[in-house]
Design a protein around this ligand. Structure first.
Ligand code: ADP
Ligand code: MG
Length: 440
């Protein structure tokens, strides 16, 4: 019955919406004419309530000849981290010709945005805003650290709105551009024009509003722009590097306006999502890279997607310059010395040994010793691997600190752990635990 329903709903859906709103839904039970569905988030429930429930009930009635009611549940609502399979949503490429210059980057579409644990709520909210601009989350504020996809997602809204309605007036600016435009308009006595331009749009995207701090006159102007658009039910989307109420020197009246809408945060992507992003990027660039190598690159940078893309470029450049294929060895060589800034915590080898030993309930002397039992060998290899990954120590130095072992032993341990992580998810999660412990 569920399959029937899904296939009917799918007919009226574009793939991007389908992947976001329907694919993750699980049927739980059908009891006494009530079909219970489990949805991944409150956003989904909201969306179903508004768009799908009535239609679904009609479809079910047509199909079964009986009245079937939908019951939507969201498991542990406060718990947001349960999306493990990142999905790449698909949408037709946005029309390339827009009526006026929107300053949108063609690459920043929903289609090219990989959805994973850190961003799926923000993505779902962005998609809602794009599907029903001004109707659901107004303003929508996307916030989070550098390089996590705020600008990308914000511009995806612009593309999607234009794709659905090529006549829509979409304007993308950074907060600095807004400020400059405003100041220039005063200087050249064109304030009327400035106001007409900003207040007549259907969708206003203002990026990085933390830079409004300290600009009083600009904030005042923006306040009026905001009010005008809001009054006319025009969609406003903002991004910032932190939640607006934490932005210093942002006027309270702006903050309170922003609270009328929804703030959705974007947090750093997990390993699976990082791999998916790299894989997409590799395909887009026509690069052939095996999974193991992608896995390795994704393991090197874990906080910033821009840097992750930079790492891929670096590997590509290294391979081109040296006229070699991109393999695991190439990647290791190319990224040697490149460490995610967040990973540099002045870690020492002995600290790593201590943490690993404790984690596996061993003694440090087990790790530095010579015993070859499996319960010791693997943790020892992991400790060597982490020493190579997280510190700047040379291979001979690492070998020495592990009871005077040869540097080839360290190389071997490192490679083994890199490779085993590809097929051993248990190992992968242990290593990720250990990294967290070591950084925290
Ligand atoms: P921010 O504005 O948060 O600093 P950006 O939107 O500029 O970050 O993203 C940095 C880079 O990472 C861009 O090239 C963007 O396309 C890419 N990126 C970020 N998130 C994703 C994602 N989920 N899927 C694909 N690419 C992403
Ligand atoms: Mg940005």
């Amino acid at each position: 019955l569920w399959e029937k329903l899904v296939s009917e709903l799918q007919k009226n859906f574009e793939s991007v919406s389908y992947d976001t709103w329907i694919a993750p839904v699980e049927p739980i039970s059908l009891v006494n004419g009530v079909l219970t569905l489990e949805l991944p988030s409150a956003f989904h429930r909201d969306y179903w309530d508004r768009n799908l429930v009535a239609e679904s009930e009609t479809i079910l009635q047509d199909y079964t000849g009986q009245k079937i009611r939908l019951d939507l549940t969201v498991p542990n609502e406060n718990h947001k981290e349960d999306v493990d399979d990142p999905v790449v949503t698909g949408v037709d490429a946005p029309g390339q010709v827009y009526a006026h210059d929107t300053h949108l980057n063609d690459k920043y579409t929903f289609d090219s945005f990989v959805v994973g644990s850190g961003n799926y709520l923000a993505q779902a909210a962005a998609l809602s805003a794009a599907e029903e601009p001004g109707q659901v989350y107004n303003p929508l504020n996307l916030y989070g650290g550098v390089g996590l996809g705020k600008t990308h997602l914000m511009q995806a809204i612009g593309h999607e709105v234009l794709r659905r309605n090529p006549e829509a007036r979409v304007k993308y600016v950074t907060s600095e551009e807004f400020a400059n435009d405003f100041i220039n308009s005063i200087r050249t006595r064109r304030q009327e024009e400035f106001r007409r331009e900003y207040r007549s749009v259907d969708l206003l995207l203002v990026d990085d509003i933390q830079f409004f701090a300290d600009k009083e006159a600009t904030q005042e102007e923006f306040f009026h722009t905001f009010n005008k658009l809001y009054e006319n039910k025009k969609q406003i989307v903002l991004t910032s590097d932190r939640i607006p109420s934490d932005i210093p020197k942002l006027e309270d009246r702006l903050i309170s306006r922003f609270k009328w809408g929804l703030s959705a945060d974007i947090t750093p992507p997990d390993l699976e999502t990082r791999i998916a992003i790299l894989r997409n990027k590799a395909v887009a660039e026509g690069l052939e890279i095996d999974n193991q190598t992608l896995n390795y690159i994704a393991g090197q940078i874990d906080t910033n997607i821009r840097e992750l893309e930079g790492a891929l470029v670096r590997v590509q450049a290294y391979a081109t310059i040296n006229k070699i294929d991109i393999t695991l060895e190439t990647a290791i060589a190319a990224l040697k010395g490149l460490k995610d800034s967040a990973q540099q915590h002045g870690l020492s080898i002995s600290k790593i040994q201590e943490v690993v030993a404790q984690y596996y309930r061993l003694q440090v002397s087990d790790l530095t010793g010579k015993k070859r039992t499996k319960n010791i060998v693997v943790p020892r290899q992991i400790a060597m691997y982490l020493s190579r990954e997280l510190t700047e120590n040379s291979l001979p130095k690492i070998g020495k600190e592990f009871g005077g072992k040869d540097h080839t032993t360290v190389i071997h341990a490192h490679e083994k752990i890199v490779q085993d992580q590809n097929h051993d998810s248990e190992l992968r999660s242990q290593i990720s635990d250990l990294k967290k412990l070591l950084k925290g």
